[in-house]
Ligand binder design. Structure first.
Ligand code: NAD
Length: 268
């Protein structure tokens, strides 16, 4: 197998389940040593099972507890990982959640909670990663001094009624990503996003758990299949590797065509 990320250290946030776990596996199989981040003690066992699966397949990974919305915890995580491995080469800014509510019933707590993890969490992790990339510079393992992949969503461009906090967080991720990509491209740091469509994970279980729900969901997907976490993980490997060296400040939609206005498939 081609180990495009050999000897590189990757932190994947929110990696004890879903897309984060998929990214952790694919990065590890591409040769990276992967930090499987999880937020609370209760998620440790799931994070450890991702680590064990990676090890059983010949990869290298370690779990690390850190709530990405907490500044001190994020700083401690980067400090510990850099202390242990010497540096960090790749950040997959994946942790995210939903707290849905009709807009007039959405509480400030629901609004703040989603923004604090989905947007502030990405800011805090990207800031620590970039500080390390700037300190180290290009080190011969990659053409870049560092790579960040922000996990956005098709809802960085598709409005989503009943999910104003989530859509606002992903719209925010889009312009944060582009802004810091512009700021740090001269320093050979690459920052891009992946915008998944509907990927089968715990976050959207109710959208595909029955045949009726699945058929409704497939109306929104021209490719007529729900995505799998590997679809996103493989895109994350590409965006983290030198194969995408001239790609910077871009959102890669991994959505089976969900952003192609599927309502017009049948003449509108
Ligand atoms: P998921 O619920 O399986 O994964 C989210 C992960 O984030 C969980 O492992 C959770 O423990 C972790 N997390 C939550 N709060 C955290 C915190 N404060 N600190 C650290 N980790 C925290 O769902 P998923 O679908 O795998 O979601 C992963 C990312 O993909 C999210 O950013 C989500 O918005 C995005 N996304 C998912 C889909 C989809 O269809 N599944 C579509 C578009 C975007």
């Amino acid at each position: 197998m081609d180990k495009k990320l050999k000897n590189q250290i990757a932190i994947v946030t929110g990696a004890s389940s879903g897309i984060g776990a998929g990214c952790a596996r694919e990065l590890a199989y591409a040769g990276a040593t992967v930090v499987v981040n999880y937020p609370v003690p209760g998620a440790k066992a799931m994070a450890e099972s991702v680590v064990d699966e990676i090890a059983a397949n010949g990869g290298s990974a370690v779990s690390y507890k850190c709530d990405v919305s907490k500044e001190e915890e994020v700083q401690q995580m980067f400090s510990d990982i850099i202390g242990q491995y010497g540096t960090v080469d790749i950040l997959i800014n994946n942790a995210g959640l939903q707290k849905d509510a009709p807009f007039t019933e959405m509480t400030l707590e629901q609004w703040n909670y989603v923004l604090s993890v989905n947007l502030t969490g990405q800011f805090l992790c990207a800031r620590e990663a970039i500080k390390e990339f700037l300190r180290r510079g290009v080190n011969g393992k990659s053409k870049s001094a560092g790579k960040i992949v922000c996990m956005s969503s098709v809802h960085e461009v598709i409005p989503w009624a009943g999910h104003a906090n989530y859509a606002a967080s992903k719209g925010g991720v889009m312009l944060m990503m582009k802004t810091i990509a512009q700021e740090f491209a001269p320093k050979k740091i690459r920052i891009n996003s992946i915008a998944p469509g509907a990927i089968a994970t715990p976050i959207n279980h109710s959208a595909w758990d029955t045949q009726a729900h699945l058929q409704e969901l497939l109306k929104l997907i021209p490719q007529k299949r729900v995505g799998q976490v590997e679809d996103v993980g493989k895109a994350a490997v590409w965006l983290s590797s030198d194969d995408s060296d001239y790609v910077n400040g871009t959102t890669l939609f991994v959505d089976g065509g969900m952003t192609l206005y599927p309502g017009f498939e049948d003449n509108g």
